[in-house]
Design a protein. Structure first.
Length: 351
């Protein structure tokens, strides 16, 4: 029945504005229904009682940092019986740029990915989507900090004009953090010089006065503080003033579509591991050290990165962060995917 027939059936003349109102109402109703369907948890419809004859292999690309709860799935395997029953987690450490190459070559089904790399991957059409948060930049996290020498006289981001900033490289989350801080301080991205260098080299470069600001990840920050002479200039949440996932779990859409049982079994284990880590972190460090995921020095570096409750990704935080990335000159204006486009609808842990 079209709009004109609808009004005649109700005994009313189909005035144009009334037709428009009904059309908008119906469109909104369809959109709401579509959103409700997308928000439905499809894992709730997956049978996790009867396991397959052979567990499904999930080849997972690690970053080697911040993934402590995930590492429990093999380091404390007896607590997560889905691993070996519904799936096997074949984990391997990859260099930052190699994970997406491996995905495109069909060598990975899943892995950890920075928010910045996820935006790029989705924008260029790689078949990956985020399904959960690994590390969240928030008020409680201890990912690391931007530090200066105590005798540098630098106490505020507003003083950084003309300074040399150490970071991990172009399109990394550390580059976004510093550019966001510069924007809030009224500075432009090109008001400073960026010096790309690996994490272990940053502290020494700072002490040698080759750079004025260094980004020290958690374990390097603990080491630097123990040696003395350093001052924290800002932490990531102070730089952006906006909570956001800095590292996420991705899966290929193809894998989840073809193996929903293996994926949902992994997801259940991951959420349990996050809860276990939250309650028993200090007691679980020895298992991660024995499994080779952590060194004793990293285990003694204080609290780990921020965690989102239940591993859920806050979609609004992601959209707000993408907008901040644009305003800070980190991302180009336009062509950037929204959070809903970067997460796997129906399967991702979102809030």
């Amino acid at each position: 029945m079209n709009m004109s027939h609808l009004f005649h059936a109700c005994g009313r003349h189909p005035q144009p504005w009334r037709v428009l109102v009904v059309a908008i109402a119906l469109a909104c109703s369809v959109t709401s229904a579509a959103n409700a369907q997308a928000a439905a948890d499809l894992c709730s419809q997956v049978d996790l009682q009867k396991a397959p004859a052979t567990p499904v292999a999930i080849r997972y690309g690690l970053t080697g940092g911040g993934e402590e709860p995930l590492a429990l799935l093999w380091a404390d395997k007896d607590k997560y019986p889905n691993n070996g029953r519904f799936y096997t987690l074949d984990h391997k450490l990859f260099a930052p740029n190699d994970r997406m190459t491996a995905v495109q070559a069909g060598q990975l089904e899943a892995g950890s990915i920075s928010l910045t790399a996820l935006i790029t991957a989705v924008r260029v059409g790689i078949d990956v989507r985020a399904v959960a948060s690994v590390v969240e930049t928030n008020a409680g996290d201890n990912q690391g900090a931007f530090v200066v020498l105590k005798d540098s006289g630098l106490t505020d981001v507003k003083q950084l004009k003309g300074k040399r900033i150490g970071f991990y490289g172009p399109n990394t989350i550390s580059e976004y953090w510093i550019k966001s801080a510069l924007r809030r301080a009224g500075l432009k991205p090109n008001d400073v010089s960026y010096v790309s260098m690996p994490p272990p080299a940053q502290e020494q470069a700072l002490r040698n006065r080759q750079i004025d600001v260094a980004w020290l990840a958690r374990q390097f920050l603990a080491k630097g503080n123990a040696a003395g002479g350093l001052e924290v200039l800002m932490r990531p949440i102070q730089a952006t003033q906006q909570a956001h996932p800095s590292t996420l779990v991705f899966f290929t859409q193809k894998f989840v579509r073809e193996q929903p049982q293996a994926y949902c079994a992994w997801r259940a284990d991951y959420q349990k591991a996050l809860a276990d880590w939250s309650r028993e972190r200090q007691a679980l460090y020895p298992r991660l050290i024995a499994a080779g995921y952590l060194t004793p020095a990293a285990a003694n570096a204080g609290a780990d990165g921020g965690r989102a409750e239940g591993g859920r990704v806050n979609l609004k935080d992601v959209d707000d962060t993408v907008e901040d990335m644009v305003e800070a000159g980190f991302l180009p204006r336009g062509r950037n995917p929204r959070a809903a486009d970067m997460t796997l609808g129906g399967y991702a842990l979102t809030r």
